[in-house]
Design a protein around this ligand. Structure first.
Ligand SMILES: Cc1ncc(C[n+]2csc(CCOP(=O)(O)OP(=O)(O)O)c2C)c(N)n1
Ligand SMILES: [Mg+2]
Length: 396
């Protein structure tokens, strides 16, 4: 039984993209526990690194030759490397907080590389891999977490809004932006990233109602990383998360989120559908958060070690290494270059982070409102008086 009777769009060859695969009515929300078994996910590369044929999705990645696959591999290695560096910076007291993405590199890189530069991203706090692919500088990724800026980058430069901490609200922003694209006569699309937990929030559902009604060119990209902080997905989802979209008339697809090629394929298909005026698609990328929710979290208190080990085997980078290795497509020299690029990016992130200067405390009030209100002026004066109590020039 298909999850949706709504077509998920048309592949380039005119074949219909598979909807969300089969699922028994009794299926629980937990996607799978880390096995490749017949889990109904779109998958082009298995855990063992074998390329499997899929006549529906293969056309979407027909141009991805070995070099292009190595480029995706490089992206994932760089992303993991800087993610580890940022985590270390937090542990060393240089960042206030960091939300690691380790384990989710394929979901982020595969989807980000499917976009055009004039598409627009509305993400949560965890999509630093997406920001990297959109061209963020290493320092851009850390300045907010160091508390020295209100925004890490210029959203128009990256075509990516600043990360949203308020869970799920970015889905509404993306839908509004997508409607704007349509009204402007542009074929650009919006992509919004959110987690499994966010699909329980009203904003995602309100956004889906609007997007479906107006055929807004938006892709709802859900990274099901199995947890909302410590809450496992099967606690809130009695059926797969992708099943939530067809009820609004939005086709959905469940993809192996640790398979960069499959993620690239389904996101390309979804974006193409949006550009053709056929409206939104919901992608559930089934992946696994290998690290803590944030650096403030201790997952050893709630993560089952056996499950963790099974997912480690399904690591997104490992499987591309296996595939490229079997094809003889990853030379020692290229491996060295990839590592060097990753090290260099991480190094620049550290240098950039340590070089960030704290802004004067009163500048906090500068960009709140275009015309400050009396209340804001009073609060600023009060804060100035408070700071004046300290002798230390550096505080002021
Ligand atoms: C509106 C709102 N409610 C609660 C929180 C606290 N909070 C931060 S992250 C999070 C869990 C989100 O889980 P999920 O959507 O699965 O995304 P993930 O962190 O796994 O990427 C919660 C509840 C918040 N930031 N915003
Ligand atoms: Mg989650």
């Amino acid at each position: 039984m298909l999850r949706s009777d709504v077509s998920a769009g048309h592949a380039r060859d005119g074949a219909e993209q598979r909807t969300t695969g089969s699922s028994s009515g009794a299926a629980r929300g937990r996607a799978n526990d880390g096995d490749d078994a017949d889990d109904g996910l779109v998958r082009l590369v298995t855990t063992a690194g074998d390329r499997v044929e899929d006549p529906v999705h293969d056309p979407w990645v027909a141009d991805v030759d070995d070099d292009a696959l190595v480029a995706l591999y490089e992206d994932m290695v760089v992303v993991r490397r800087f993610d580890v560096e940022a985590t270390a910076l937090q542990r060393q007291g240089q960042l206030g907080l960091w939300p690691p993405l380790i384990g989710q590199e394929a979901a982020q890189v595969g989807s980000a590389r499917a976009m055009r530069s004039d598409d627009f991203v509305f993400s949560s706090y965890r999509e630093n891999g997406v920001a990297y692919c959109r061209g963020a500088d290493p320092t851009d990724l850390v300045r907010v977490w160091r508390g020295t800026a209100l925004s890490g980058w210029d959203p128009w430069a990256l075509h990516m809004a600043t990360p949203q901490i308020v869970v799920a609200s970015q889905a509404v922003h993306a839908t509004g932006y997508a409607l704007g694209c349509r009204l402007d006569g542009s074929d650009a699309a919006a992509v919004t990233y959110f987690g499994d937990g966010a699909t329980s929030k009203g904003d995602v559902h309100e956004a889906m109602v609007f997007a479906a009604s107006a055929a807004a060119p938006v892709v709802f990209f859900c990274q099901n990383n199995q947890f909302a902080i410590s809450e496992p997905v099967d606690l809130v989802a009695r059926r797969p998360l992708a099943d939530r979209a067809p009820g609004y008339g939005i086709p959905s697809v469940r993809v192996d989120g640790n398979d960069v090629l499959a993620v690239l394929a389904v996101t390309r298909a979804a974006l193409d559908r949006a550009r053709r005026g056929e409206g939104p698609t919901f992608v559930e990328a089934v992946t696994y958060r290998q690290g803590p929710h944030t650096t403030s979290d201790d997952p050893t208190r709630y993560v089952d070690t056996a499950t963790h080990a099974r997912w480690a085997e399904r690591d997104p980078i490992l499987r591309v290494e296996r595939l490229l290795g079997a094809r003889g497509a990853l030379s020692e020299e290229r491996t060295h270059d990839v590592k060097e690029k990753a090290e260099e990016f991480a190094h620049r992130m550290r240098e950039g982070c340590l070089g960030l200067e704290a802004p004067p405390p009163l500048s906090l009030f500068d960009h709140v409102l275009v015309e400050p209100t009396a209340t804001l002026r009073r609060q600023r004066d009060e804060h100035a008086a408070y700071l004046a109590m300290y002798d230390d020039e550096a505080v002021r």
